[in-house]
Write a protein that binds this ligand. Structure first.
Ligand code: NAG
Ligand code: NAG
Ligand code: NAG
Ligand code: NAG
Length: 353
């Protein structure tokens, strides 16, 4: 097994053939290439994405489209550190809803935002430890031109700073408040907008709302009630103007009240992670650019080719110091023949090159 692994690695790694370079590689190096459709890999990828979504404070819940590459680095007597590269998609759920990504609806093609995440995932099965030390993702909206070729009548994404977008949000929220029996809400921010011409201009917006500090009462006796709440829900509203008519549609979903924060152990927090948004890829541009640069994701807890220790003692009970050995993130091309895995949405428009 060990010999076979070494052979596989030697055929893949340049360092084995270029013996002239005196590269000193640690003896326990390096990666075991895992199949992207393996049941345990898929289960881990699902929880990686859950942990990323839990860590995010803004934006939409990401769903797993496919595992693009996965390398396992066995840690002596301490389980394994996995290096995941995942192709992901936006869902319709906001991260503040705290909904599991599997329960979230897929976005329509013309609304899609897609990309790549890299993540480190530490798994120690005997001790039932699962820990996401770090992740980074890069996302882009689908190419408008490609969508247009498939669906010329689809709405196209709209700039969030367009005054018509703000107007649509305010007008639809006013209607919601008018019909509301529970309370009054005010706009936090617009998170998505699209527009289309349908007999007249049509705007569709998504926005976060919070409880309004002004209570609507006949007497307005209490008047101002300072509530310092964060966003409590997300609304989807649309406005269409046709001659002298104005059609307003609005639908809001309220988030589940936040789980008791103190039950979440702060020590298991992610060390570092972020989502970077880039503009859509132009057709010409996507042919010219190096695929790795089309969705650049950097995730290096170390740049030292020899690797570096990562103290994870806090994950264990007891006074012993436990350290993982972290290496620079392996190249995506350094992957098993069974990678990338099967995509749940295989439309090439939605797959990073
Ligand atoms: C209630 O009182 C506040 C502060 O006095 C005021 O700003 C607000 O417009 C009033 N709301 C209504 C519905 O009259
Ligand atoms: C959260 O949990 C802590 C400790 O378990 C408890 O003291 C506190 O009252 C809980 N808070 C809420 C809002 O349930
Ligand atoms: C994650 O990406 C950001 C840029 O988007 C970069 O500054 C940061 O260093 C990356 N984190 C790691 C651990 O590589
Ligand atoms: C490792 O982490 C533990 C607990 O977080 C801490 O007590 C210990 O001093 C750290 N050890 C080293 C060598 O950094």
């Amino acid at each position: 097994m060990g010999l076979l692994l070494l052979l596989v690695l030697c055929t893949l790694a340049v360092s084995c053939t270029t013996t002239s370079v005196p590269l000193k590689v640690p003896s326990h190096l390096p990666f075991l290439l895992r199949g992207c459709n393996d049941a345990d890999v898929l289960a881990m990828a699902a929880s990686v994405l859950q942990d990323i979504n839990n860590d995010l404070k803004e934006g939409y819940v990401l769903s797993l489209n496919r595992v693009s590459a996965v390398q396992e680095h066995r840690q002596e007597g301490l389980g394994s550190l996995f290096y995941f590269t995942l192709d992901v998609l936006h869902t319709t759920c906001h991260v503040l809803s705290k909904k599991p990504w599997r329960d979230c609806e897929e976005r329509l093609l013309h609304q899609q935002v897609y990309g790549k995440c890299k993540a480190l995932y530490y798994v120690n099965r005997p001790l039932r430890i699962l820990y996401l030390p770090a992740y980074n993702c890069t996302l882009r909206p689908v190419s408008r031109r490609k969508v247009w070729r498939m669906c010329p009548d689809c709405p196209s994404p709209n700039s969030l700073s367009d005054p018509n977008v703000l107007e649509t949000a305010t007008e639809t929220l006013a209607k919601f408040n008018e019909d509301s029996k529970s309370g009054q809400y005010s706009l936090v921010k617009v998170t998505w907008a699209s527009s289309q011409w349908m007999f007249g201009p049509f705007y569709f917006v998504e926005y976060l709302i919070k409880e309004s500090p002004y209570i609507k009462t006949e007497a307005n006796s209490s008047g101002y009630q300072p509530t310092d709440s964060g966003p409590v829900g997300i609304c989807r509203g649309s406005l269409i103007r046709r001659l002298h008519e104005k059609l307003v549609k609005i639908n809001c979903d309220f988030f589940q009240s936040q789980k008791n924060e103190s039950t979440h152990s702060p020590s298991k927090d992610v060390l570092s992670g972020s989502v970077q948004y880039l503009p859509e890829l132009d057709d010409e541009e996507s042919q010219e650019t190096d695929p790795a640069e089309a969705f650049p994701v950097h995730l290096d807890l170390t740049t030292n080719p020899q690797g570096e220790p990562l103290n994870v003692s806090f994950l264990f009970h007891g006074p012993m110091i436990k350290k993982l050995f972290v290496l620079p993130f392996p190249k995506e091309e350094q992957r098993s023949a069974e990678c990338p895995g099967k995509a749940s949405r295989s439309d090439p428009i939605l797959l990073p090159p």
